[in-house]
Design a protein around this ligand. Structure first.
Ligand SMILES: [Zn+2]
Length: 143
């Protein structure tokens, strides 16, 4: 990261990180880069409909900072849509949750594991290998 900035809490990685308008040749295509924390601000405030107070709290930032992030994010998305540009989602200063959540299909036990420890092989309760990862906020998380 080029500057030391406070990390914003993002609930999970974006499901898709590139949007391209149909029918525009690659050579003529301009790109807008939306950061991951900008997308999370849009998702919380404009998609879920949280108030700016709630959104700032979820991201762990002040309201003036949120206001600035939202302005920037909305302006970038509007630029891409209005001018037929592609949208790349990457970068920004953010922190993802430190835990992953799993559920056992056999006994329905729920538990969490820290990131970076690999996928668990067995349910800690019944030892069944038949388990899956849960997204605590949404389905279909990015692996
Ligand atoms: Zn189990």
């Amino acid at each position: 990261m080029p500057r030391p900035r406070k990390h914003r809490f993002v609930s999970e990685k974006p499901r898709a990180t590139y949007y391209k308008p149909r029918g525009i040749p690659l050579a003529a295509l301009e790109e807008v880069v939306l950061t991951v924390d900008e997308l999370e601000a849009l998702r919380l405030a404009d998609h879920i409909g949280f108030s700016q107070v709630q959104t700032a709290k979820r991201l762990g930032i002040s309201q003036p900072t949120l206001h600035r992030i939202l302005r920037s994010a909305r302006s970038k998305v509007a630029d891409a849509l209005a001018n037929g540009k592609s949208l790349r989602i990457e970068g920004g200063t953010y922190t993802l949750p430190s835990k992953r959540y799993f559920e056992c299909f056999r006994c329905h036990h729920h538990w969490d594991e820290p990131f970076g420890t690999g996928r668990p092989q067995h349910c800690p309760q019944c030892q069944s290998p038949d388990l899956h990862r849960l997204a605590h906020t949404r389905h279909n998380p990015t692996p």
